[in-house]
Design a protein. Structure first.
Length: 136
């Protein structure tokens, strides 16, 4: 920028996107049983060995549980207890490779849990939204 003339130069670069990550493994995530009062099971298909991270947190971001699994491949399956969670909403994040999935758990009036699942894929500033299922 030339301060005397008040001009600026801007270089613009065009980037061509040639594709996005295949989302099949993302759609393969399941949480069951549906409905559930005490335990949830998370499963997903991992096409190649990768690290998996599972986080349960409060809506305010307080991490209540974090688990890391190294070198997982094939069918990943983890069961965890809802015992000790007070009535309210909770967030489950499951990540592997380039994507993270976010799940919201809400406890309904009859003290059973409702899981409203929304999946988000983040890859090279690209975001996809996949509504999935409601669990109790």
């Amino acid at each position: 920028m030339d301060p005397g003339h008040k001009t600026a130069t801007l270089d613009i670069k065009t980037v061509t996107c040639t594709g996005i990550l295949n989302g099949e493994s993302i759609r393969a995530i399941t949480i069951f049983p549906n409905p559930s009062n005490d335990k949830l099971t998370v499963t997903c298909n991992l096409p190649s060995p990768t690290d998996v991270k599972l986080i349960i947190s409060s809506p305010l971001g307080e991490m209540l549980m974090t688990k890391n699994y190294s070198g997982q491949s094939g069918t990943f399956k983890e069961q965890f207890s809802l015992e000790g969670l007070k009535q309210g909403s909770y967030i489950i994040q499951i990540g592997h490779g380039l994507w993270y999935s976010h799940f919201t758990i809400d406890q309904v009036l009859n003290t059973q849990f409702c899981i409203c699942i929304n999946l988000f894929l983040y890859l090279l500033f690209f975001s996809c939204y996949f509504p999935v299922v409601d669990l109790k």
